[in-house]
Design a protein around this ligand. Sequence first.
Ligand code: NDP
Ligand code: OXD
Length: 309
Amino acid sequence: MSLLLLAPHHNNLMAWKEALLEEDPNLDIEIWPNIEDRERVQFILSWNQPKQTLNRFPNLKVISSLGAGVDHILRDEVLPENVTVCRIVSPSLVRQMQEYILMTVLNYQRNMYAYYQQRTERKWSEHPNKKPDEIPIGVMGLGTLGKPVAEILAQNGYQVNGWSHTRRTIEGVDTFASDELDQFLESTRVLVCLLPLTSDTEEILNLALFRKLRRPAYLINAARGEHLVDEDLIYAMDTGWIEGACLDVFSEEPLPDRHPFWNRQDIMITPHSASFTLPREVAGQVIENYKRALSGMEVKNKIDRDKGY
Ligand code: NDP
Ligand code: OXD
């Protein structure tokens, strides 16, 4: 039986192979497209798999994402019905995301983006620091990543709101359920998106939503590019609803050279680097799931295919 690494555009695939073999030297690992026998593949580790591949393995039991998100798997039109889908959950993914969001909020609060720009122009001009209570933060999605992000922001003295499908209870955070979106937005100025991409959340970051935020707002999207309607963000910024944005994810990655976001000083762009999965840290959990799959046990970090996350 074999474990297939199906991620031809991943820049770190060899590190994955090495980490898995360090953990278990007897593993039979194949790397797409070099497969000896498709019938032996029972477990796939995938990231942005090529089209028309997931249905080529008659004995496939489990597909695990190489990261936290599973939208690339669930949206695949040839995903077999009976296959279980799971994902990576790891402390360092959480820690890195907390750092990224806290860093971005601090940079915004202390006007660092304006100072970076002034630095390039040799311009000496002070801006008043925003007070933490002037910039209430709203975190959309209070799951594995969103909850600890909301917690660390609250611990740093910010007023934090959190929105999730079902209402969560988090110390120091005002929480809202999915039917309370308007109340959540009305009490938020810095909006952080950490939702999974599903049919309910696609294009949720649109003009109608931006107009409900306290003004001027700031947007941080570290979830998926498809959550955001790009033109609506540009319009909201040009009309003063949103004064800046920090985007880590895009509908097309790498962000194409021609994309208008590149021309804007008021949009910070990072290359899907908010939080990286570290192969050495998670090789053990992947192998445990592989062995569970082979012996017919339930895998860990399984997602609900009907909910989409
Ligand atoms: P989880 O599945 O653990 O949490 C999802 C959260 O979103 C839950 O709180 C859930 O609510 C809420 N949610 C889902 N659908 C809705 C909805 N329709 N309305 C309101 N709330 C909703 O996800 P993670 O925290 O692990 O990850 C979130 C996303 O972050 C990933 O899917 C991925 O896209 C992105 N990501 C980005 C990275 C980067 O480097 N930029 C790195 C890793 C992940 P409830 O609690 O009620 O179920
Ligand atoms: C993701 C990840 O899901 O990098 O974006 O894990």
